[in-house]
Ligand binder design. Structure first.
Ligand SMILES: *Cc1c(COP(=O)(O)O)cnc(C)c1O
Length: 393
């Protein structure tokens, strides 16, 4: 008789044969412009450390100091004994930073979506969702049991069509979009989405994971970018990308925040973020409020790198953010490109189906304020060399 878990062996073998098996590389250094990856020193074009905060001395110091006072773990969920002064400070500071009335801290961006969506809609209700929304929005939506109506990517006219057609089928409706889409680096037209949603008695929610610390004045996010303060009901954010730490946040309407304290399941049934994480996130807000220097440098680096890549002849897609896709077409070419970059000292991952559509495989370069101009030049040289060798440019 076959072993009861033998099917997993078969599936893993299938993944390997299809070139879809995740071979996970290991870091032997802190995050930064340069990394030790699998024992080799390489230029980092991969991580979401947009502002270089993941190993910033001010964040490290804040974490150390907080541990001396509060220890390490909260040892409870927030609603029992896990809410520490630090969590409340963080929530207050975050709300002020984003110019909203209220915010609530979760363990991650992923759990923030899992907490929020099922708390707001149930099986009678409807969710209008951009077809390219993040997996955590999809999972949160499924968990809610609500009917999911997908609209065409970043297409307000299609959103309007779907609302016209389906809004009256549901007592409550929630419209959800990513702020910045992580594979293409395009930005949701939130201003147009807001104008439409306003007319349909629907709650508007944006997941600003890649916009937090990147878009808007001093990194205040997509709502600030479009000057929509007070108009977007819910902003979900993450502290694990530009903020360089880990954690999630839901900011916006105080009623929603209060409801999540009562009904957000990951808030009620999973322990709070740790002391050093929370303290480091507060220090990150301090830094961003003090100066726009890091955000400015991120955008300067982005403009420089993209312009040089275009001059070299690469297709960088539709991105308008530091996410820089280098479009290559077929997955095997993207994988080979990534391997040869690595041999040339540059760590940049290839993305293929099903992460991106078939025939749209790419290398995704993540630009950071941590990169010096010399780093970017070195990366550009490697792209030129490999691009010519593989006949891409
Ligand atoms: C990365 C990402 C998340 C997950 O954030 P974590 O804090 O890493 O859990 C959620 N939503 C979007 C849109 C993301 O890009």
């Amino acid at each position: 008789m076959a072993h009861k878990l033998e099917w997993i062996e078969t599936e893993l073998q299938n993944l390997k044969e299809a070139g879809l098996y995740n071979r996970i590389r290991t870091l032997g250094s802190p995050q930064g412009a340069w990394l030790i990856v699998d024992g080799k020193r390489v230029l980092n074009f991969c991580s979401n450390n947009y502002l270089g905060l993941a190993n910033h001395p001010r964040l490290l110091e804040a974490a150390r100091k907080a541990m001396e006072k509060y220890g390490l773990g909260p040892a409870a969920v927030r609603s029992i004994a896990g809410t520490m002064e630090l969590h409340l400070q963080f929530e207050e500071r975050m709300a002020k930073f984003k110019r909203v009335d209220s915010s609530i801290a979760l363990q991650s961006g992923f759990t923030a979506n899992l907490a929020t969506i099922p708390a707001l809609v149930g099986k009678e209700d409807g969710i209008f969702s951009d077809e390219l929304n993040h997996a955590s929005i999809i999972d949160g939506s499924r968990l809610s049991g609500a009917q999911i109506v997908r609209y065409a990517h970043c297409d307000p006219a299609d959103l309007k069509r779907q609302l016209d057609q389906h809004r009256q089928e549901f007592p409550r409706a929630l419209v959800i979009t990513d702020g910045v889409f992580s594979m293409d680096g395009d930005i949701a037209p939130l201003d147009q989405i807001y104008e439409i949603v306003q007319n349909y008695d629907a709650v508007l929610m944006v997941d600003d994971a890649h916009g937090e610390g990147v878009l808007g004045r001093g990194g205040r996010g997509i709502v600030d970018h479009f000057h929509l303060h007070g108009k977007v009901d819910i902003e979900v954010g993450t502290l694990s990308k530009a903020f360089g730490v880990v954690g999630g946040v839901v900011a916006g309407n105080p009623l929603v925040v209060e409801w999540l304290r009562q009904r957000g399941r990951p808030f009620l049934f999973s322990s709070a973020t740790t002391v050093p994480d929370t303290a480091a996130c507060i220090a990150a807000i301090d830094l961003l409020e003090e100066s726009t220097e890091l955000v400015d440098r991120l955008w300067e680096n982005t403009r420089y790198f993209k312009a040089e890549m275009k001059t070299l002849g690469f297709d960088t897609g539709v991105s308008v953010t530091p996410i820089t896709p280098v479009m290559l077409g077929e997955a095997p070419l993207a994988q080979q490109f990534s391997r040869e970059l690595f041999e040339n000292g540059v760590f940049a991952m290839a993305l293929g189906f099903p992460t991106v559509p078939r025939g749209k495989a790419r290398i995704r370069v993540m630009i950071s304020a941590a990169h010096a101009k010399a780093d970017l030049d070195q990366g550009l040289e490697a792209f030129e060399k490999v691009g010519k060798a593989l006949g891409v440019i």
